[in-house]
Design a protein around this ligand. Structure first.
Ligand code: ADP
Ligand code: MG
Length: 719
């Protein structure tokens, strides 16, 4: 085994650099592999183009004739670019993307064909995708349906068609379908509110800019670690002497091999219309970040999934491996996805952008306060939306961000809300400037120098958008963005109804709005927190405020099935009761599987790799101790070491045995929630740390020459 480690290290250290240079200007190739509006317009008849544009802009249905026209145009375009196949590209609940390629070539006619019906609907052989019991075997297939609002693209030699994946009864089996519904709900609710101020607003679109963190290590080193290969994270490994204490990686230059990899995946991404714009090192060694410009949320979410896929494939060419797992290395920063979110009207107004007009600032305050209120009301659901086995290592594990949901808005906006709360009951007489009296005419000037940023907050206002930082690095953003848009939609609906009610009672519109906002500000105050989210002080304070602190996935998922959550999912037609239950089943099952795999990998590595290595080393020491004794030299220290090693070996054998027995007991349970909690508390909770502690101690004692696993310092300081 140690042989494998040194072979891998030799390979990793002698890799030639694969140079990548950008050819020409980015504008020359940006979106070149996307079948967008421009490409459609060039090929389609004006009538067909008008219809498809309407479908994209307004979500109207595409008729069969238009579908045929679009399919034919897409085929012409794709063949011109060398494509041979097409696929419906979808996002099943496994968390990754799926595709099944069909050829354009029709052997019967000897020609390339692509009909509207094949564009609109496909039946993937999908019985192996998780459905949480929704799809019984007789209806096992389910189908994918075209989502015209996310453009088709060519990947390799395949035309990819973004689709939703649903069962024959129309139940969602993927991540995209509920997101589209939640986006529709927030559009409806927000538009209604905007129209109180501006009748010209007919649509409000949610936007997402998704900053993606990741680790990169050499492929050979990755392959030599069974835990990384099987579980996506290292279950053992002692901290390197130099971790991220120096913070030097963050500002350092990007290592050449990684830089080449970045350039190449960015070029591929840009060709596919993913507007990647920033790249930099992250806090931990070998950790990096890529961020695209924000886009329409549905497209941005698709693009994030696609980007992860591109990155993995391009890494392969550079003999690298990208890790998106939330916590691949203990003791170092985890990996998240910062979801920057805002709402923008079709008249071009970002509703989270404070403006120079006092009147528009009232609109800003409406959206700002309602979002805070929504997070306050549904904090547990938002927490549940980012729950996963991987993310449990970040949320609530002494690291960014905490599992307690809170909102950071900065000191200036805090002052604005405080003032509004205090002054809100002033009397506004005829001729008064209400905005001035309430102190909300001044927001724009203050915001501009609102630079205080709180990196410890899970949900922070950052000037003209909210940034949800609790999303896991490997997760599909659609899950959390479905919840965020849904809770804001519901909150805005309630707000609108409340204003209408006040106005019916004779209240002036603006006064009605202000009085309701004041009420919300008061009610949701507990969720606002400006301090250090990692401190123990905050844990205590949050508890006093009545905020939840749910640190594990099995329990965090309960929030989806609460009465309050079910009501809003059903009311806004995002997910039905049955769909909610099915999804929780899938997520509990997935959690169980992940912990089970980690537990098995731990057991295998401990018993088959670590214990034999430790015994071999111990034998060397015994020989040494006997030799010393024969020479009448004091061998006490050596004997002590032998005893310590014996202790750890015993611990490993015993704890792995007990952990396995525990798994056997739990595997008999049939209720997946109960089983997931068992795996969380009784397998992970009771054994993982104990086993890891013994192995990591042994790593420090055993001769480096003999140690079988590539060490942290060897994996993480790639140049
Ligand atoms: P940071 O300092 O957190 O990196 P940036 O200004 O670089 O902040 O933005 C991070 C992400 O937020 C980018 O993807 C950017 O496009 C996105 N973003 C900017 N404005 C908005 C907005 N109005 N809505 C959604 N995302 C936005
Ligand atoms: Mg950010």
């Amino acid at each position: 085994m140690a042989q494998l480690r040194f072979k891998a290290l030799e390979l990793a250290n002698n890799r030639p650099r694969i140079r990548v240079d950008v050819q020409g200007k980015i504008s020359d190739f940006f979106r070149q592999d996307v079948f967008g509006l421009k490409e459609m317009q060039a090929i389609l008849s004006p009538e067909a183009f008008k219809k498809i544009k309407q479908a994209i802009d307004e979500g109207s249905k595409v008729d069969a004739e238009t579908a045929d026209a679009v399919a034919s145009a897409a085929k012409t375009w794709a063949l011109g670019k060398g494509a041979t196949h097409f696929t419906h590209w979808f996002q099943p609940l496994t968390g990754s993307t799926a595709e099944k390629h069909d050829t354009f070539f029709d052997a019967m006619t000897g020609m390339e064909r692509f009909k509207g019906s094949a564009l609109v609907q496909q039946e993937p052989d999908a019985s192996s995708f998780p459905s949480g019991g929704i799809r019984s075997t007789f209806e096992a297939r389910g189908y994918t349906a075209w989502d015209p609002s996310s453009p088709m693209f060519i990947y390799g030699v395949t035309l990819c068609i973004p689709t939703v994946f649903v069962s024959y009864n129309g139940e969602a089996l993927d991540n995209k379908a509920p997101l589209l519904k939640a986006v529709e709900a927030v559009d409806k609710a927000a538009t209604q509110v905007c129209q109180m101020f501006d009748r010209k607003v007919t649509r409000v679109k949610a936007s997402l800019g998704c900053e993606q963190e990741y680790f990169v290590i050499d492929k050979a080193l990755y392959a030599s670690r069974p835990d990384l290969v099987m579980a996506g994270r290292t279950v053992f490994g002692h901290n390197p002497a130099r971790g991220q204490q120096l913070d030097d990686h963050y500002f350092g230059s990007i290592p050449p091999r990684i830089y080449d990899f970045m350039k190449e995946f960015e070029i591929e991404a840009l060709k596919l219309g993913i507007p990647v714009s920033t790249r930099h090192n992250e806090v931990a060694p070998s950790q990096f970040e890529v961020a695209p410009l924000f886009e329409d949320i549905n497209v941005a979410s698709d693009h994030n999934q696609l980007l992860m896929d591109i990155m993995s494939k391009v890494a392969e060419r550079h003999s690298l491996k990208v890790l998106f797992h939330e916590k691949p290395f203990a003791g170092l920063n985890g990996t998240g996805k910062h979801n920057n979110w805002s709402l923008i009207t079709d008249t071009g107004v970002n509703l989270f952008q404070p403006s120079t007009s006092a009147r528009e600032n009232l609109l800003f305050l409406i959206f700002f306060v309602n979002t805070i209120k929504a997070v306050y009301e549904h904090a547990d659901l938002l927490r549940g939306s980012v729950a996963s086995a991987g993310n449990d290592h970040r949320l609530g594990a002494n690291e960014a961000p905490p599992a307690i949901m809170s909102v950071f808005i900065g000191s200036q906006l805090t002052a604005v809300l405080d003032e509004l709360e205090k002054k809100g009951n002033i009397k506004v007489e005829k001729g008064d400037n209400m905005y001035m009296k309430l102190g909300i005419d001044k927001i724009p000037s203050i915001i501009q120098d609102n630079t205080d940023r709180n990196r410890t907050s899970p949900f922070a206002f950052t000037g003209n958008k909210f940034e949800f930082r609790a999303v896991g690095g490997s997760e599909n953003s659609a899950s959390s963005m479905t919840v965020l848009n849904l809770i804001v939609a519901d909150q805005l609906t309630q707000f609108y109804d409340a204003v209408q009610k006040e106005m019916k009672k004779g209240a002036e519109k603006r006064m009605a709005i202000v009085s309701i906002l004041r009420k919300y500000i008061k009610e949701s105050k507990a969720i606002r927190f400006e301090g250090d989210g990692y401190s123990d002080g905050w844990k205590n304070e949050a508890e006093k405020r009545g905020l939840s602190n749910i640190s594990d996935t099995p329990r965090a998922l309960d929030a989806y099935l609460s009465k309050k959550s079910r009501e809003i999912f059903v009311k806004h037609q995002v997910l039905t009761d049955r769909e909610l239950e099915a999804r929780n089943e899938i997520r509990w099952e997935s959690y169980i599987m992940k912990i089970q795999i980690e537990s098995r990998v731990m057991g295998d590595l401990a018993l088959n790799h670590i214990v034999p290595t430790a015994i071999a080393y111990q034998n060397k020491l015994i020989e040494n101790a006997n030799g010393l004794k024969g020479l009448n030299i004091n061998n006490k220290e050596v004997v002590k070491t032998i005893e310590t090693i014996s202790g750890y070996i015993e611990t490993l054998k015993r704890e792995v045995y007990n952990m396995t027995e525990e798994r056997k007991r739990l595997n008999k349970l049939t209720d997946s929630r109960e089983k997931a909690i068992g795996y969380c508390d009784d397998v992970k909770g009771k054994y993982f740390d104990k086993i890891r502690y013994a192995v990591d101690k042994l790593e420090l004692m055993v001769d480096d020459e003999d140690w079988p696993l590539v060490k942290y310092r060897e994996m993480l300081f790639l140049r």
